[in-house]
Design a protein around this ligand. Structure first.
Ligand code: OXD
Ligand code: MN
Length: 590
Protein backbone atom coordinates (compact mmCIF):
# COMPACT_ATOMS: atom_id res chain seq x y z
CA UNK A 1 0.00 0.00 0.00
CA UNK A 2 1.26 3.51 -0.77
CA UNK A 3 2.73 5.62 2.01
CA UNK A 4 3.56 9.36 2.05
CA UNK A 5 5.68 10.26 -0.99
CA UNK A 6 9.37 10.01 -0.24
CA UNK A 7 10.90 12.56 -2.56
CA UNK A 8 14.35 12.08 -1.03
CA UNK A 9 14.92 8.70 -2.59
CA UNK A 10 15.74 8.97 -6.30
CA UNK A 11 13.24 7.06 -8.43
CA UNK A 12 15.68 4.39 -9.71
CA UNK A 13 16.48 3.49 -6.10
CA UNK A 14 12.91 2.91 -4.97
CA UNK A 15 12.50 -0.62 -6.31
CA UNK A 16 15.36 -3.02 -6.91
CA UNK A 17 13.09 -5.24 -9.03
CA UNK A 18 12.15 -2.39 -11.37
CA UNK A 19 15.73 -1.10 -11.60
CA UNK A 20 17.02 -4.56 -12.53
CA UNK A 21 14.43 -4.95 -15.25
CA UNK A 22 15.13 -1.46 -16.62
CA UNK A 23 18.83 -2.35 -16.70
CA UNK A 24 18.24 -5.51 -18.70
CA UNK A 25 15.89 -3.74 -21.14
CA UNK A 26 18.44 -0.95 -21.61
CA UNK A 27 21.07 -3.53 -22.46
CA UNK A 28 18.79 -4.98 -25.11
CA UNK A 29 17.44 -1.75 -26.59
CA UNK A 30 20.56 0.48 -26.14
CA UNK A 31 18.87 3.85 -25.56
CA UNK A 32 20.73 7.13 -25.72
CA UNK A 33 19.38 8.03 -22.28
CA UNK A 34 16.99 6.80 -19.59
CA UNK A 35 14.29 8.99 -18.05
CA UNK A 36 12.36 7.81 -14.97
CA UNK A 37 8.96 9.51 -15.01
CA UNK A 38 7.82 11.15 -11.78
CA UNK A 39 4.42 12.13 -13.19
CA UNK A 40 4.78 15.83 -12.27
CA UNK A 41 3.12 18.67 -14.20
CA UNK A 42 6.59 20.07 -14.94
CA UNK A 43 7.64 16.78 -16.52
CA UNK A 44 4.53 16.71 -18.71
CA UNK A 45 5.13 20.31 -19.85
CA UNK A 46 8.73 19.47 -20.67
CA UNK A 47 7.71 16.43 -22.76
CA UNK A 48 5.07 18.43 -24.59
CA UNK A 49 7.60 21.16 -25.38
CA UNK A 50 10.02 18.60 -26.77
CA UNK A 51 7.30 17.20 -29.05
CA UNK A 52 6.26 20.70 -30.13
CA UNK A 53 9.88 21.51 -31.01
CA UNK A 54 9.99 18.35 -33.16
CA UNK A 55 6.62 19.31 -34.71
CA UNK A 56 5.06 16.10 -33.45
CA UNK A 57 2.55 18.05 -31.40
CA UNK A 58 0.74 21.26 -32.30
CA UNK A 59 -0.78 23.65 -29.79
CA UNK A 60 -4.43 24.40 -30.65
CA UNK A 61 -6.19 27.75 -30.28
CA UNK A 62 -4.97 28.93 -26.86
CA UNK A 63 -8.05 31.06 -26.20
CA UNK A 64 -10.87 28.66 -27.05
CA UNK A 65 -8.92 25.42 -26.35
CA UNK A 66 -6.33 26.30 -23.68
CA UNK A 67 -3.62 23.66 -23.13
CA UNK A 68 -5.01 21.51 -25.94
CA UNK A 69 -2.74 19.86 -28.49
CA UNK A 70 -3.03 17.91 -31.69
CA UNK A 71 -0.94 14.84 -32.48
CA UNK A 72 -0.98 12.99 -35.79
CA UNK A 73 -0.09 9.34 -35.90
CA UNK A 74 1.47 7.56 -38.82
CA UNK A 75 -1.37 7.08 -41.37
CA UNK A 76 -0.97 3.29 -41.17
CA UNK A 77 -1.16 3.34 -37.37
CA UNK A 78 -4.61 4.55 -36.42
CA UNK A 79 -6.37 1.68 -34.64
CA UNK A 80 -5.91 -1.51 -32.65
CA UNK A 81 -4.49 -4.38 -34.68
CA UNK A 82 -6.34 -7.50 -33.55
CA UNK A 83 -4.69 -9.68 -36.20
CA UNK A 84 -1.27 -8.78 -34.76
CA UNK A 85 -2.26 -9.22 -31.11
CA UNK A 86 -1.18 -12.48 -29.46
CA UNK A 87 -1.79 -14.32 -26.21
CA UNK A 88 1.28 -16.38 -25.39
CA UNK A 89 0.34 -19.04 -22.83
CA UNK A 90 2.40 -22.21 -22.50
CA UNK A 91 -0.56 -24.29 -23.69
CA UNK A 92 -2.40 -23.15 -26.81
CA UNK A 93 -5.77 -24.31 -25.49
CA UNK A 94 -5.44 -21.88 -22.56
CA UNK A 95 -5.52 -18.97 -25.04
CA UNK A 96 -8.59 -20.50 -26.72
CA UNK A 97 -10.16 -20.10 -30.15
CA UNK A 98 -10.89 -16.46 -29.27
CA UNK A 99 -7.20 -15.50 -29.37
CA UNK A 100 -4.23 -15.76 -31.69
CA UNK A 101 -1.63 -17.80 -29.88
CA UNK A 102 2.13 -18.07 -30.02
CA UNK A 103 4.39 -20.19 -27.79
CA UNK A 104 6.05 -17.90 -25.20
CA UNK A 105 9.64 -18.86 -26.13
CA UNK A 106 9.01 -18.21 -29.82
CA UNK A 107 7.25 -14.92 -29.07
CA UNK A 108 10.07 -13.70 -26.80
CA UNK A 109 12.64 -14.59 -29.43
CA UNK A 110 10.71 -12.79 -32.15
CA UNK A 111 10.14 -9.69 -30.02
CA UNK A 112 13.63 -9.51 -28.57
CA UNK A 113 15.04 -9.57 -32.10
CA UNK A 114 12.88 -6.53 -32.88
CA UNK A 115 13.80 -4.77 -29.63
CA UNK A 116 17.53 -5.41 -30.13
CA UNK A 117 19.13 -1.94 -30.38
CA UNK A 118 15.79 -0.34 -31.27
CA UNK A 119 16.21 2.65 -28.90
CA UNK A 120 19.61 3.76 -30.19
CA UNK A 121 19.62 7.55 -30.27
CA UNK A 122 16.30 7.63 -28.42
CA UNK A 123 15.18 8.16 -24.82
CA UNK A 124 13.95 5.17 -22.83
CA UNK A 125 11.14 6.35 -20.55
CA UNK A 126 10.35 4.35 -17.41
CA UNK A 127 6.65 4.86 -16.71
CA UNK A 128 5.47 3.49 -13.35
CA UNK A 129 1.68 3.49 -13.14
CA UNK A 130 -1.15 2.33 -10.96
CA UNK A 131 -4.41 1.04 -12.42
CA UNK A 132 -7.08 2.06 -9.92
CA UNK A 133 -7.04 4.45 -6.94
CA UNK A 134 -3.53 4.47 -5.50
CA UNK A 135 -4.77 3.28 -2.09
CA UNK A 136 -7.24 0.62 -3.26
CA UNK A 137 -6.59 -3.04 -2.46
CA UNK A 138 -8.14 -3.80 -5.86
CA UNK A 139 -5.62 -1.68 -7.82
CA UNK A 140 -2.69 -3.24 -9.65
CA UNK A 141 0.51 -1.55 -10.77
CA UNK A 142 2.72 -1.84 -13.78
CA UNK A 143 5.75 -0.26 -15.36
CA UNK A 144 5.76 0.59 -19.05
CA UNK A 145 9.08 1.11 -20.73
CA UNK A 146 8.60 3.08 -23.93
CA UNK A 147 10.56 5.23 -26.37
CA UNK A 148 7.55 7.43 -27.17
CA UNK A 149 7.02 10.73 -25.32
CA UNK A 150 3.47 10.79 -26.78
CA UNK A 151 2.79 7.50 -24.97
CA UNK A 152 4.16 8.93 -21.71
CA UNK A 153 1.89 11.96 -21.93
CA UNK A 154 -1.14 9.75 -22.61
CA UNK A 155 -0.22 7.38 -19.75
CA UNK A 156 0.09 10.46 -17.51
CA UNK A 157 -3.56 11.26 -18.23
CA UNK A 158 -4.99 7.73 -18.36
CA UNK A 159 -3.32 6.30 -15.24
CA UNK A 160 -2.02 7.35 -11.82
CA UNK A 161 1.48 7.66 -13.14
CA UNK A 162 4.83 8.47 -11.52
CA UNK A 163 6.37 8.43 -8.06
CA UNK A 164 3.33 7.32 -6.00
CA UNK A 165 2.88 4.33 -8.33
CA UNK A 166 6.55 3.38 -8.00
CA UNK A 167 6.28 3.66 -4.23
CA UNK A 168 3.35 1.30 -4.26
CA UNK A 169 5.27 -1.10 -6.51
CA UNK A 170 8.17 -1.00 -4.06
CA UNK A 171 5.77 -1.93 -1.26
CA UNK A 172 3.76 -4.55 -3.26
CA UNK A 173 6.97 -6.01 -4.75
CA UNK A 174 5.04 -6.97 -7.86
CA UNK A 175 4.21 -5.20 -11.12
CA UNK A 176 3.24 -5.90 -14.72
CA UNK A 177 6.19 -5.48 -17.05
CA UNK A 178 5.24 -3.74 -20.29
CA UNK A 179 7.90 -3.13 -22.91
CA UNK A 180 7.00 -0.87 -25.82
CA UNK A 181 8.81 0.66 -28.76
CA UNK A 182 7.34 2.43 -31.73
CA UNK A 183 10.11 0.81 -33.80
CA UNK A 184 9.90 2.13 -37.33
CA UNK A 185 6.06 2.14 -37.27
CA UNK A 186 6.24 -0.47 -39.96
CA UNK A 187 3.02 -2.55 -40.10
CA UNK A 188 5.09 -5.57 -41.14
CA UNK A 189 7.12 -5.30 -37.95
CA UNK A 190 4.21 -4.68 -35.57
CA UNK A 191 3.20 -7.14 -32.83
CA UNK A 192 1.38 -6.85 -29.53
CA UNK A 193 2.30 -9.86 -27.39
CA UNK A 194 0.89 -10.80 -23.99
CA UNK A 195 2.45 -13.27 -21.58
CA UNK A 196 -0.29 -13.69 -18.96
CA UNK A 197 1.56 -16.41 -17.04
CA UNK A 198 4.55 -14.04 -16.66
CA UNK A 199 2.41 -10.90 -16.19
CA UNK A 200 4.25 -9.19 -19.01
CA UNK A 201 3.61 -7.47 -22.34
CA UNK A 202 5.81 -6.69 -25.35
CA UNK A 203 4.49 -4.27 -27.96
CA UNK A 204 6.46 -3.18 -31.01
CA UNK A 205 5.85 -1.04 -34.07
CA UNK A 206 2.74 1.00 -33.14
CA UNK A 207 2.15 4.27 -31.31
CA UNK A 208 -1.67 3.96 -31.37
CA UNK A 209 -3.54 4.05 -28.01
CA UNK A 210 -4.78 0.50 -27.57
CA UNK A 211 -1.52 -0.95 -28.92
CA UNK A 212 0.86 1.38 -27.11
CA UNK A 213 -0.68 2.69 -23.86
CA UNK A 214 0.00 -0.63 -22.21
CA UNK A 215 -1.94 0.15 -19.02
CA UNK A 216 -5.20 0.17 -20.96
CA UNK A 217 -6.22 -2.81 -23.10
CA UNK A 218 -3.02 -4.86 -22.65
CA UNK A 219 -2.79 -4.64 -18.86
CA UNK A 220 -6.22 -3.62 -17.56
CA UNK A 221 -8.08 -6.11 -19.78
CA UNK A 222 -5.94 -8.88 -21.29
CA UNK A 223 -3.46 -9.47 -18.47
CA UNK A 224 -5.91 -8.41 -15.75
CA UNK A 225 -8.65 -10.77 -17.00
CA UNK A 226 -6.21 -13.65 -16.64
CA UNK A 227 -5.03 -12.45 -13.24
CA UNK A 228 -8.64 -11.87 -12.16
CA UNK A 229 -9.50 -15.48 -12.90
CA UNK A 230 -6.77 -16.77 -10.63
CA UNK A 231 -7.76 -14.28 -7.91
CA UNK A 232 -11.56 -14.53 -8.09
CA UNK A 233 -12.62 -11.24 -9.70
CA UNK A 234 -13.50 -9.91 -13.19
CA UNK A 235 -11.70 -7.42 -15.47
CA UNK A 236 -14.29 -6.18 -17.96
CA UNK A 237 -14.74 -3.87 -20.96
CA UNK A 238 -17.44 -1.89 -19.15
CA UNK A 239 -18.39 1.68 -18.34
CA UNK A 240 -19.54 2.41 -14.80
CA UNK A 241 -22.24 5.03 -14.29
CA UNK A 242 -24.07 6.27 -11.19
CA UNK A 243 -27.74 7.20 -11.56
CA UNK A 244 -29.44 9.30 -8.92
CA UNK A 245 -33.22 9.25 -9.09
CA UNK A 246 -35.42 12.21 -8.09
CA UNK A 247 -35.82 10.62 -4.63
CA UNK A 248 -32.06 10.98 -4.14
CA UNK A 249 -31.09 7.29 -4.31
CA UNK A 250 -27.96 6.50 -6.34
CA UNK A 251 -27.40 3.16 -8.03
CA UNK A 252 -24.44 2.10 -10.12
CA UNK A 253 -24.68 0.22 -13.38
CA UNK A 254 -21.82 -1.35 -15.38
CA UNK A 255 -22.30 -1.82 -19.12
CA UNK A 256 -20.25 -3.82 -21.63
CA UNK A 257 -20.51 -2.58 -25.22
CA UNK A 258 -17.97 -3.17 -27.97
CA UNK A 259 -15.55 -0.39 -28.95
CA UNK A 260 -17.12 2.74 -30.43
CA UNK A 261 -20.68 1.68 -29.49
CA UNK A 262 -21.39 4.60 -27.16
CA UNK A 263 -19.87 3.65 -23.78
CA UNK A 264 -18.47 7.16 -23.29
CA UNK A 265 -21.84 8.72 -24.21
CA UNK A 266 -23.80 6.50 -21.83
CA UNK A 267 -21.29 7.05 -19.02
CA UNK A 268 -21.84 10.84 -19.30
CA UNK A 269 -25.50 10.86 -20.23
CA UNK A 270 -27.52 14.06 -19.86
CA UNK A 271 -31.07 13.28 -18.63
CA UNK A 272 -33.85 14.39 -20.99
CA UNK A 273 -35.76 17.51 -19.94
CA UNK A 274 -38.81 15.35 -19.34
CA UNK A 275 -36.99 13.44 -16.58
CA UNK A 276 -36.33 16.25 -14.08
CA UNK A 277 -34.50 15.44 -10.87
CA UNK A 278 -32.27 12.71 -12.33
CA UNK A 279 -28.51 13.07 -12.01
CA UNK A 280 -25.80 11.06 -13.72
CA UNK A 281 -22.26 10.48 -12.45
CA UNK A 282 -19.43 8.94 -14.44
CA UNK A 283 -17.17 6.47 -12.64
CA UNK A 284 -15.60 5.10 -15.82
CA UNK A 285 -16.16 4.90 -19.57
CA UNK A 286 -14.23 1.82 -20.72
CA UNK A 287 -12.98 -0.63 -18.10
CA UNK A 288 -14.38 -2.02 -14.85
CA UNK A 289 -12.67 -4.28 -12.35
CA UNK A 290 -15.41 -6.10 -10.48
CA UNK A 291 -14.96 -7.80 -7.11
CA UNK A 292 -17.38 -9.82 -5.00
CA UNK A 293 -17.54 -7.77 -1.80
CA UNK A 294 -17.76 -9.03 1.79
CA UNK A 295 -21.46 -8.04 1.73
CA UNK A 296 -22.24 -10.45 -1.16
CA UNK A 297 -22.64 -7.62 -3.66
CA UNK A 298 -20.45 -6.91 -6.68
CA UNK A 299 -18.18 -3.85 -6.33
CA UNK A 300 -16.48 -1.99 -9.18
CA UNK A 301 -13.48 0.25 -9.60
CA UNK A 302 -12.44 2.04 -12.76
CA UNK A 303 -8.73 1.29 -13.18
CA UNK A 304 -8.25 4.35 -15.42
CA UNK A 305 -8.06 8.02 -14.51
CA UNK A 306 -8.89 9.52 -17.90
CA UNK A 307 -10.78 8.99 -21.11
CA UNK A 308 -9.38 7.97 -24.48
CA UNK A 309 -12.60 8.69 -26.33
CA UNK A 310 -13.67 8.58 -29.97
CA UNK A 311 -13.98 12.18 -31.22
CA UNK A 312 -16.28 11.85 -34.29
CA UNK A 313 -19.91 12.19 -33.34
CA UNK A 314 -19.11 14.08 -30.10
CA UNK A 315 -21.20 17.26 -29.99
CA UNK A 316 -23.25 19.29 -27.52
CA UNK A 317 -26.29 17.30 -28.70
CA UNK A 318 -24.84 13.79 -28.37
CA UNK A 319 -22.60 14.27 -25.33
CA UNK A 320 -22.59 17.74 -23.84
CA UNK A 321 -20.45 16.63 -20.91
CA UNK A 322 -17.73 15.26 -23.19
CA UNK A 323 -17.90 18.33 -25.40
CA UNK A 324 -17.33 20.60 -22.39
CA UNK A 325 -14.70 18.33 -20.89
CA UNK A 326 -12.43 18.47 -23.94
CA UNK A 327 -12.20 22.24 -24.19
CA UNK A 328 -9.06 22.42 -22.04
CA UNK A 329 -6.06 20.21 -21.11
CA UNK A 330 -6.86 17.75 -23.88
CA UNK A 331 -4.67 15.84 -26.27
CA UNK A 332 -6.35 15.23 -29.64
CA UNK A 333 -5.08 12.57 -32.02
CA UNK A 334 -5.89 12.48 -35.75
CA UNK A 335 -8.69 15.06 -35.70
CA UNK A 336 -8.96 17.83 -38.32
CA UNK A 337 -8.45 21.55 -37.64
CA UNK A 338 -10.51 24.62 -38.51
CA UNK A 339 -8.97 27.77 -40.02
CA UNK A 340 -9.12 29.12 -36.47
CA UNK A 341 -6.88 26.29 -35.20
CA UNK A 342 -9.67 24.57 -33.30
CA UNK A 343 -10.15 20.80 -33.41
CA UNK A 344 -12.83 19.55 -35.80
CA UNK A 345 -14.46 16.21 -36.62
CA UNK A 346 -17.47 14.83 -38.40
CA UNK A 347 -20.59 15.22 -36.26
CA UNK A 348 -19.22 18.10 -34.14
CA UNK A 349 -22.14 20.17 -35.38
CA UNK A 350 -20.31 23.51 -35.90
CA UNK A 351 -17.40 25.02 -37.82
CA UNK A 352 -15.67 23.82 -40.97
CA UNK A 353 -12.56 21.72 -41.45
CA UNK A 354 -9.63 23.51 -42.98
CA UNK A 355 -6.79 20.98 -42.50
CA UNK A 356 -7.58 17.27 -42.49
CA UNK A 357 -6.20 14.62 -40.10
CA UNK A 358 -3.29 14.00 -42.45
CA UNK A 359 -2.31 17.68 -42.37
CA UNK A 360 -3.54 18.39 -45.91
CA UNK A 361 -5.86 21.27 -46.85
CA UNK A 362 -9.30 19.72 -46.46
CA UNK A 363 -11.02 18.52 -49.64
CA UNK A 364 -14.28 16.56 -49.50
CA UNK A 365 -13.05 14.18 -52.20
CA UNK A 366 -10.37 12.89 -49.80
CA UNK A 367 -12.95 11.44 -47.41
CA UNK A 368 -13.61 12.36 -43.77
CA UNK A 369 -11.66 15.34 -42.44
CA UNK A 370 -11.02 13.60 -39.10
CA UNK A 371 -10.04 9.95 -38.98
CA UNK A 372 -13.15 7.92 -37.96
CA UNK A 373 -11.13 6.58 -35.00
CA UNK A 374 -9.63 9.95 -34.04
CA UNK A 375 -9.48 10.40 -30.29
CA UNK A 376 -9.28 12.75 -27.35
CA UNK A 377 -7.29 11.98 -24.20
CA UNK A 378 -8.42 13.92 -21.16
CA UNK A 379 -8.35 13.60 -17.39
CA UNK A 380 -11.56 12.27 -15.80
CA UNK A 381 -11.66 15.22 -13.40
CA UNK A 382 -12.57 17.56 -16.28
CA UNK A 383 -15.82 15.70 -16.89
CA UNK A 384 -18.74 17.79 -15.54
CA UNK A 385 -20.29 14.45 -14.45
CA UNK A 386 -17.14 13.40 -12.54
CA UNK A 387 -17.76 11.86 -9.14
CA UNK A 388 -15.19 11.49 -6.36
CA UNK A 389 -16.57 7.93 -6.02
CA UNK A 390 -14.16 7.15 -8.88
CA UNK A 391 -11.42 7.50 -6.22
CA UNK A 392 -13.18 5.39 -3.59
CA UNK A 393 -10.71 2.59 -2.77
CA UNK A 394 -13.50 0.08 -2.15
CA UNK A 395 -15.28 0.95 -5.42
CA UNK A 396 -19.02 1.34 -5.96
CA UNK A 397 -21.71 -1.36 -5.55
CA UNK A 398 -23.21 -2.54 -8.83
CA UNK A 399 -27.00 -2.96 -9.10
CA UNK A 400 -27.19 -3.99 -12.76
CA UNK A 401 -24.87 -5.38 -15.42
CA UNK A 402 -25.76 -4.57 -19.00
CA UNK A 403 -24.53 -6.14 -22.22
CA UNK A 404 -25.18 -4.76 -25.65
CA UNK A 405 -24.09 -4.39 -29.20
CA UNK A 406 -24.77 -2.47 -32.36
CA UNK A 407 -27.43 -4.44 -34.23
CA UNK A 408 -29.66 -3.12 -36.97
CA UNK A 409 -32.09 -5.98 -36.53
CA UNK A 410 -33.36 -8.60 -34.10
CA UNK A 411 -32.15 -7.60 -30.62
CA UNK A 412 -34.89 -5.62 -28.85
CA UNK A 413 -34.28 -2.32 -27.10
CA UNK A 414 -33.85 -4.10 -23.76
CA UNK A 415 -34.46 -7.41 -22.05
CA UNK A 416 -33.65 -8.81 -18.64
CA UNK A 417 -32.00 -12.17 -18.05
CA UNK A 418 -33.86 -14.68 -15.88
CA UNK A 419 -30.91 -15.53 -13.68
CA UNK A 420 -27.15 -15.04 -13.38
CA UNK A 421 -26.50 -18.15 -15.53
CA UNK A 422 -28.92 -16.91 -18.19
CA UNK A 423 -27.21 -13.51 -17.99
CA UNK A 424 -23.86 -15.16 -18.65
CA UNK A 425 -25.37 -16.69 -21.80
CA UNK A 426 -26.82 -13.30 -22.80
CA UNK A 427 -23.34 -11.77 -22.39
CA UNK A 428 -21.63 -14.66 -24.14
CA UNK A 429 -23.89 -14.30 -27.17
CA UNK A 430 -23.45 -10.54 -27.69
CA UNK A 431 -23.01 -9.75 -31.37
CA UNK A 432 -22.20 -6.36 -32.84
CA UNK A 433 -21.25 -4.63 -36.05
CA UNK A 434 -17.51 -3.93 -36.21
CA UNK A 435 -16.34 -0.30 -35.94
CA UNK A 436 -13.29 1.80 -36.84
CA UNK A 437 -11.69 1.19 -33.42
CA UNK A 438 -9.87 -1.80 -34.92
CA UNK A 439 -8.38 -2.18 -38.39
CA UNK A 440 -10.48 -4.29 -40.80
CA UNK A 441 -13.94 -4.14 -42.34
CA UNK A 442 -16.49 -1.90 -40.59
CA UNK A 443 -20.17 -2.86 -40.15
CA UNK A 444 -19.79 -6.65 -40.18
CA UNK A 445 -21.78 -8.46 -37.46
CA UNK A 446 -19.54 -10.66 -35.32
CA UNK A 447 -19.92 -12.34 -31.96
CA UNK A 448 -18.27 -10.21 -29.32
CA UNK A 449 -18.97 -11.97 -26.00
CA UNK A 450 -19.20 -9.51 -23.11
CA UNK A 451 -17.59 -7.02 -25.61
CA UNK A 452 -14.36 -8.83 -24.72
CA UNK A 453 -13.56 -10.57 -28.03
CA UNK A 454 -10.44 -8.44 -28.56
CA UNK A 455 -9.54 -8.28 -24.88
CA UNK A 456 -10.00 -11.57 -23.03
CA UNK A 457 -6.54 -12.88 -22.11
CA UNK A 458 -7.56 -16.54 -22.01
CA UNK A 459 -9.95 -19.15 -23.38
CA UNK A 460 -13.53 -17.83 -23.48
CA UNK A 461 -14.86 -21.22 -22.32
CA UNK A 462 -12.87 -20.84 -19.07
CA UNK A 463 -13.90 -17.20 -18.89
CA UNK A 464 -17.61 -18.07 -19.00
CA UNK A 465 -17.05 -20.72 -16.32
CA UNK A 466 -15.31 -18.04 -14.27
CA UNK A 467 -18.30 -15.71 -14.70
CA UNK A 468 -20.56 -18.53 -13.45
CA UNK A 469 -18.23 -19.07 -10.45
CA UNK A 470 -18.19 -15.38 -9.55
CA UNK A 471 -22.01 -15.32 -9.68
CA UNK A 472 -22.13 -18.27 -7.30
CA UNK A 473 -20.16 -16.22 -4.75
CA UNK A 474 -22.64 -13.33 -4.77
CA UNK A 475 -25.45 -13.33 -2.22
CA UNK A 476 -27.00 -10.27 -3.89
CA UNK A 477 -25.93 -10.46 -7.53
CA UNK A 478 -26.74 -7.57 -9.85
CA UNK A 479 -29.56 -8.18 -12.32
CA UNK A 480 -28.37 -8.65 -15.89
CA UNK A 481 -29.76 -7.01 -19.03
CA UNK A 482 -29.15 -6.73 -22.75
CA UNK A 483 -29.72 -3.50 -24.68
CA UNK A 484 -29.60 -2.46 -28.32
CA UNK A 485 -29.81 1.28 -29.01
CA UNK A 486 -29.15 0.75 -32.73
CA UNK A 487 -32.27 -0.82 -34.28
CA UNK A 488 -33.01 0.58 -37.76
CA UNK A 489 -35.97 0.48 -40.10
CA UNK A 490 -35.80 -0.63 -43.74
CA UNK A 491 -34.66 2.89 -44.73
CA UNK A 492 -31.72 2.78 -42.34
CA UNK A 493 -33.34 5.24 -39.86
CA UNK A 494 -32.74 4.59 -36.17
CA UNK A 495 -35.93 3.53 -34.38
CA UNK A 496 -34.82 4.67 -30.92
CA UNK A 497 -33.55 8.22 -30.26
CA UNK A 498 -30.74 7.00 -27.98
CA UNK A 499 -28.37 9.32 -26.05
CA UNK A 500 -30.19 11.00 -23.09
CA UNK A 501 -33.34 8.99 -23.73
CA UNK A 502 -31.42 5.82 -22.84
CA UNK A 503 -32.01 6.90 -19.23
CA UNK A 504 -35.61 5.72 -19.69
CA UNK A 505 -34.30 2.21 -20.21
CA UNK A 506 -31.82 2.45 -17.32
CA UNK A 507 -34.52 3.70 -14.99
CA UNK A 508 -36.76 0.72 -15.92
CA UNK A 509 -33.81 -1.54 -15.08
CA UNK A 510 -33.33 0.08 -11.68
CA UNK A 511 -37.05 -0.24 -11.00
CA UNK A 512 -36.78 -3.94 -11.91
CA UNK A 513 -33.90 -4.24 -9.44
CA UNK A 514 -36.06 -2.62 -6.77
CA UNK A 515 -39.02 -4.87 -7.66
CA UNK A 516 -41.05 -1.81 -8.74
CA UNK A 517 -41.46 -2.33 -12.51
CA UNK A 518 -43.51 -4.72 -14.59
CA UNK A 519 -42.34 -6.73 -17.59
CA UNK A 520 -43.62 -9.28 -20.06
CA UNK A 521 -42.20 -12.77 -19.83
CA UNK A 522 -40.85 -13.78 -23.26
CA UNK A 523 -38.78 -16.67 -24.58
CA UNK A 524 -35.56 -14.61 -24.46
CA UNK A 525 -36.13 -12.92 -21.08
CA UNK A 526 -38.23 -10.16 -19.49
CA UNK A 527 -39.08 -7.20 -21.73
CA UNK A 528 -40.82 -4.00 -20.70
CA UNK A 529 -44.19 -3.49 -22.31
CA UNK A 530 -44.47 -0.02 -23.88
CA UNK A 531 -46.42 1.17 -20.82
CA UNK A 532 -43.62 -0.02 -18.49
CA UNK A 533 -41.17 2.52 -19.88
CA UNK A 534 -41.28 6.21 -18.96
CA UNK A 535 -42.32 7.67 -22.33
CA UNK A 536 -43.25 11.18 -21.16
CA UNK A 537 -41.89 13.62 -23.72
CA UNK A 538 -40.40 10.81 -25.82
CA UNK A 539 -40.38 11.36 -29.55
CA UNK A 540 -41.18 7.91 -30.98
CA UNK A 541 -44.25 6.44 -32.69
CA UNK A 542 -46.24 3.70 -30.96
CA UNK A 543 -45.49 1.49 -33.94
CA UNK A 544 -41.73 1.92 -33.61
CA UNK A 545 -41.85 1.40 -29.86
CA UNK A 546 -43.80 -1.83 -30.32
CA UNK A 547 -41.32 -2.92 -32.94
CA UNK A 548 -38.26 -2.51 -30.70
CA UNK A 549 -40.03 -4.13 -27.76
CA UNK A 550 -41.02 -7.30 -29.57
CA UNK A 551 -39.43 -10.70 -29.98
CA UNK A 552 -39.66 -12.33 -33.42
CA UNK A 553 -39.67 -16.06 -32.73
CA UNK A 554 -38.55 -17.20 -36.19
CA UNK A 555 -35.57 -14.86 -36.29
CA UNK A 556 -34.69 -15.75 -32.69
CA UNK A 557 -34.81 -19.49 -33.45
CA UNK A 558 -32.17 -18.83 -36.13
CA UNK A 559 -30.19 -16.67 -33.70
CA UNK A 560 -30.20 -19.35 -31.03
CA UNK A 561 -29.04 -21.96 -33.57
CA UNK A 562 -26.23 -19.59 -34.50
CA UNK A 563 -25.32 -19.03 -30.83
CA UNK A 564 -25.26 -22.80 -30.30
CA UNK A 565 -22.93 -23.27 -33.24
CA UNK A 566 -20.69 -20.38 -32.09
CA UNK A 567 -20.45 -21.79 -28.56
CA UNK A 568 -19.77 -25.22 -30.10
CA UNK A 569 -16.40 -23.86 -31.28
CA UNK A 570 -15.28 -24.01 -27.65
CA UNK A 571 -15.75 -27.80 -27.56
CA UNK A 572 -15.59 -29.82 -24.38
CA UNK A 573 -14.32 -26.88 -22.30
CA UNK A 574 -17.64 -25.07 -22.69
CA UNK A 575 -19.49 -25.00 -19.33
CA UNK A 576 -22.43 -27.42 -19.35
CA UNK A 577 -24.47 -24.81 -17.47
CA UNK A 578 -24.18 -22.47 -20.46
CA UNK A 579 -25.40 -25.11 -22.87
CA UNK A 580 -28.28 -25.84 -20.51
CA UNK A 581 -29.25 -22.16 -20.81
CA UNK A 582 -29.19 -22.41 -24.63
CA UNK A 583 -31.43 -25.51 -24.40
CA UNK A 584 -33.89 -23.73 -22.22
CA UNK A 585 -34.16 -20.61 -24.45
CA UNK A 586 -34.62 -22.91 -27.42
CA UNK A 587 -37.35 -24.82 -25.63
CA UNK A 588 -39.17 -21.64 -24.72
CA UNK A 589 -39.02 -20.50 -28.34
CA UNK A 590 -40.77 -23.78 -29.26
C1 OXD B 1 -10.98 1.67 -26.93
C2 OXD B 1 -11.38 0.49 -27.72
O1 OXD B 1 -10.09 2.43 -27.34
O2 OXD B 1 -12.19 -0.29 -27.22
O3 OXD B 1 -11.53 1.82 -25.83
O4 OXD B 1 -10.88 0.32 -28.84
MN1 MN C 1 -12.76 0.17 -25.25
Amino acid sequence: MATAPNTFIPLPELSKEVAEWVGSVAQLTQPHRIHWCDGSAAEMAQLRNELIAKQELQPLNAESFPDCYLARSHPSDVARVEHLTFICTSKQEDAGPNNIWMAPAEAHQKMDALFQGCMQGRTLYVVPYCMGPIDSPYSRCGVEITDSAYVVINMGIMTRMGRPALERIAADRTFIKGLHSIGELNPDRRFIMHFPEELSIKSFGSGYGGNALLGKKCHALRIASYQARTEGWLAEHMLIVGLQNPQGETHYVACAFPSACGKTNLAMLIPPDSMPGWKVFTVGDDIAWLHPGPDGRLWAINPESGYFGVAPGTSPKTNRNAYEMIRKDTLFTNVARTANNEPWWEGIGAGEPSIDWLGRPYEAKNGPAAHPNSRFTVSAVHNPAYTPEAENPRGVPISALVFGGRRRELAPLVYEARSWAHGVLVGASVASETTAAATGAVGVVRRDPMAMKPFCGYNFADYWQHWLNVGAKLKSPPKMFHVNWFRQNADGKFLWPGFGDNLRVLSWMLDRCAGRAQAQDTAIGYLPRPQDLNTTGLDISAENLNEILSVKSDAWRKEVADIRSYLGEYGARLPAALLAEVDSVEKRLG
